[in-house]
Design a protein around this ligand. Structure first.
Ligand code: HEM
Length: 282
């Protein structure tokens, strides 16, 4: 131990555990040996470590997003809107972390990336099963995209379960209906694997809620949390698209799409359509 270090940090009077032979340690609890062994770049290019780490971090945040949104959906099913609202507040902060991460990735130049891009083969974030599960859960039911996961049965099951089950928007409408709002029957029972079609009657319900928020406070608060969620999801998509443009220009993606042109199209998607359209007519 260096002079400076030992003179600044005196631990002699503290009751510190030094021996972890029979005790749980920090690294043991967190399985750090597994976690930190997973970053295995394929080249010696300096920036590949950034590329791997940023994807791992994103997948971990997505894991937590699935944990939180899954529990919030269950809260709604049980008519416990309060705890669901609390979880959505956390979801929002996690989304901020995910969006902020593009700033770190943007320090990688096109030359830095091209130095190892060939080694990625056909792999692409497009094949992220957690991302697809999240999109299905939130309501972007583009069933064709599940096919990418057919060769990975556990991943396919996870993605397909989310495709077949009611989305967050479906569960919100079912919750509103149980609270006495006039949601059309064909929005309460349907083939959940199909895209949701916006409904004028559902927009009317949201108009009622927004025009008299004090009377409809809980629904109003949930509505605003969902707007927040979708707004932040779009910010993530936009920053992804712009970072990709900055790094690969208009090249095709490693996953086989047109690249930026594919990512731009996703900016028009809506998870919760009527809560956006109602804003024009309030
Ligand atoms: C140099 C960095 C990156 C580039 C050049 C890039 C490029 C692309 C491209 C071109 C696509 C379209 C599919 C394809 O043809 O491959 C895509 C999709 C995707 N990427 Fe990235 N990406 C980068 C970093 C990331 C990171 C850090 C994440 C975080 C997990 C990510 C997640 C995704 C996801 C989830 C999709 C699917 C989007 C959808 O289907 O709507 N990407 N990416």
């Amino acid at each position: 131990m260096s002079e400076t270090f030992s003179s600044r940090v005196d631990v002699s009077g503290e009751d510190i555990h030094w021996d972890f032979k029979d005790e749980m340690s920090y690294g043991g609890y967190l399985s750090l040996d597994v976690l930190l062994a997973a970053q295995t770049p394929l080249t010696d290019e300096h920036d590949e470590m950034l590329f791997v780490v940023i994807h791992h971090v994103a997948e971990l945040w997505m894991k937590l997003l699935l944990h939180e949104t899954g529990a919030a959906l269950e809260d709604l099913r049980q008519d416990n809107a309060g705890p669901a609202l609390k979880k959505f507040a956390r979801v929002s902060r996690i989304q901020e972390q995910l969006t902020q991460a593009w700033e770190v990735l943007a320090t990688m130049t096109p030359t830095d990336y091209l130095a190892f891009r060939d080694k990625l083969g056909a792999s692409s974030g497009f094949q992220s099963f957690q991302y697809r599960t999240l999109e299905y859960r939130l309501g972007n039911k583009n069933a064709a995209l599940a096919r990418v996961h057919a060769s990975n049965p556990p991943a396919f099951k996870m993605v397909n379960d989310a495709l077949q089950r009611p989305s967050l928007w479906d569960e919100t409408l079912r919750w509103l209906s149980r609270k006495g709002y006039d949601i059309p029957a064909d929005r309460l029972e349907r083939d959940w694997s199909q895209s949701y079609e916006a409904s004028a009657a559902v927009e009317d319900v949201w108009r009622t809620i927004y025009r008299d928020s004090e009377t409809h406070w809980e629904a109003y608060e949930l509505g605003e949390k969902l707007v927040d969620l979708e707004h932040k999801f779009q910010q993530w998509r936009f920053n992804h698209m712009k970072t990709v443009e900055r790094i690969i220009g208009f090249r095709r993606g490693t996953g086989g799409t047109g690249g930026v042109s594919y990512l731009v199209k996703a900016l028009d998607l809506r998870f919760f359509p009527e809560i956006w359209t109602v804003r024009t007519s309030l």
